[in-house]
Design a protein around this ligand. Structure first.
Ligand code: NDP
Length: 485
């Protein structure tokens, strides 16, 4: 007899006779090892979790589309940006950064803003945050930085001493710390925040001419934030507040949208601009490089299955298409390796074959085998190159552009060390009410630091950004601004 459509089956498709009572020797047991359905059910359950992302563990996702609204084809040959009106399907994942998978949404933390464009030339991932800058600018510091955001190895508690010790000894973090502690550090929902590519990338046109660019997604819902008090209250009442908000908005047809803009910098300006344009702790002033509209992103479809889509989605800044290339940004260069490597560990070497990650473009290459090879594995097609069997071939017109480099191979710091001007510019741009809340948020966090040495070192940094900023934080902590520490 063939299996009826409504029959419960094992994973190998055989009908299950009893799913409520395990098979026992006599009505009391013990349980029999021959109950393979029970064994399989328990064993599969034990394996339901893939490793949690080390960062960005808690997230929410949605499908949508991108539509080009301005002709940027003179800057990039990327096919999905080639003409006004062109639409490309996409998948977005928003996330908090430091918390675990079950942690609260409404905490003070940057938000991940990762977009996967399913273009006809392969997938393009724009893996950004809701802030234009980052805490550090060299990937070699990332594991240490994240350790300070995670739990203490003995107490398993969050550790404000580690957080502020690291920041005070890494003054390049000051700009991002100021954004994080400002009102925008807790967005009201995922819909009410901007997104940024943060790094500098290179766009290349059909003639092989390049420009440096930075991406800005501006929310059409408007910026809305939560105060520390409201965020804390919501975290207790509904830890999944942002996840629920995104799902429900889309479910009722209130589709969130963002306008995408780029700032464009001529290649030669990189050598003379007043900040290193590849330093991800800096923005490019919009007075120098104004925003140029590119298109509009709309999220209009919820995932059908959270694990299959949101959890298994794998984004990497190295997932690029012709016409979009990396810059020498040292943080980006590290991420080019680290993200894809995280996915190989977390989801597997064949993560790009899963439905949520599979490109709409056809994949032809000589990669074979590996765990969970769920497609046809190339069938009987040629499996090496070079070959005389008509296998897929490289296309030299799609090589990334060459650019000159010079200097010694060495462990070298960025040579621009002004960590203060832009953090101060941001402070000075805030209204008095915003400054009061910024200082209050900082003081609330730094109060938990038990070592005055750390607090004094950090106050110096705020002071160098703007004397008023440093003085107010010092006063809030009951300290005075120290002379140089
Ligand atoms: P601009 O006046 O040209 O740009 C200011 C930018 O700051 C706008 O993008 C604006 O975004 C954003 N902004 C406004 N209010 C706040 C706020 N309360 N918190 C965070 N961001 C805010 O000046 P510059 O380009 O010279 O930048 C000045 C400072 O603005 C920078 O030092 C940086 O800290 C901050 N900034 C700059 C960005 C850039 O790309 N240049 C991007 C984001 C912040 P909006 O229109 O959405 O309010």
């Amino acid at each position: 007899m063939t299996t009826n459509k409504n029959n419960l089956t094992t994973s190998w498709g055989a009908p299950v006779g009893d799913n409520q009572n395990s098979m026992t020797a006599g009505s009391r047991g013990p349980t029999l090892i021959q109950d393979v359905h029970l064994l399989e059910k328990l064993a599969h359950f034990n394996r339901e979790r893939v490793p949690e992302r080390v960062v960005h563990a808690k997230g929410a996702g949605a499908h949508g589309y991108f539509e080009v609204t301005n002709d940027v084809s003179k800057y990039t040959k990327a096919e999905f940006l080639s003409e006004v009106g062109k639409r490309t399907p996409l998948f977005v994942r928003f996330s908090t950064v430091a918390g675990e998978n079950g942690s609260a949404d409404s905490v003070r933390d940057p938000r991940g803003f990762a977009v996967k464009f399913y273009t006809e030339e392969g997938n393009y991932d724009l893996v950004g945050n809701n802030t234009p800058v980052f805490f550090i600018r060299d990937a070699i510091k990332f594991p240490d930085f994240i350790h300070t955001q995670k739990r203490h190895p003995v107490t398993h508690l969050k550790n404000p001493n580690a957080v502020w010790d690291f920041w005070s000894l890494s003054p390049e973090s000051l700009h991002q710390v100021t954004i994080l502690m400002s009102d925008r550090g807790i967005p009201a929902t995922y819909r009410h925040m901007h997104g940024f590519g943060s790094h500098t990338f290179k766009w290349v046109n059909a003639e092989g001419e390049g420009v440096w660019i930075k991406y800005h997604f501006k929310t059409e819902q408007g910026i809305k934030n939560l105060t520390e008090e409201v965020g804390t209250k919501i975290a207790g009442e509904n830890p999944d507040y942002h996840t629920q908000d995104l799902y429900e908005a889309i479910e009722k047809g209130d589709f969130p949208a963002w306008k995408l803009y780029v700032q464009i910098m001529p290649l030669e300006d990189a050598d003379t601009y007043r900040f290193d344009p590849f330093d991800v702790t800096k923005v490019w002033s919009q007075k120098d490089y104004p925003l140029i509209e590119v298109g509009r992103m709309v999220l209009n479809r919820n995932p059908e299955n959270y694990f299959a889509e949101v959890e298994q989605a794998t984004f990497s800044p190295g997932t690029l298409v012709p016409g979009i290339e990396p810059s020498p940004d040292k943080m980006l260069q590290g991420r080019l390796f680290a993200y894809a490597d995280a996915h190989r560990y977390r989801v597997g070497a064949n993560h790009n074959s899963l439905p949520i990650n599979r490109p709409k473009a056809e994949v032809h290459n000589y990669q074979r085998d590996g765990q969970m090879r769920i497609d046809s594995n190339g069938g009987g097609s040629v499996y090496y190159e070079p070959n005389s069997l008509g296998g897929p071939q490289e296309s030299p017109e799609n090589k990334t552009t060459a650019y000159p480099v010079s200097g010694s191979a060495d462990s070298t710091a960025y040579d621009h060390n002004d960590h203060y001007t832009q953090a101060g510019d941001l402070y000075r741009l805030l209204s008095e009410e915003e400054r009061i809340r910024l200082v209050s948020n900082i003081v609330g966090s730094m109060k938990q630091v038990t070592k005055d040495e750390i607090k004094l070192r950090q106050i110096q940094h705020f002071y160098k950004a703007d004397p008023e900023y440093g003085t107010r934080v010092a006063e809030g902590l009951g300290l005075s601004v120290p002379q140089e520490v």
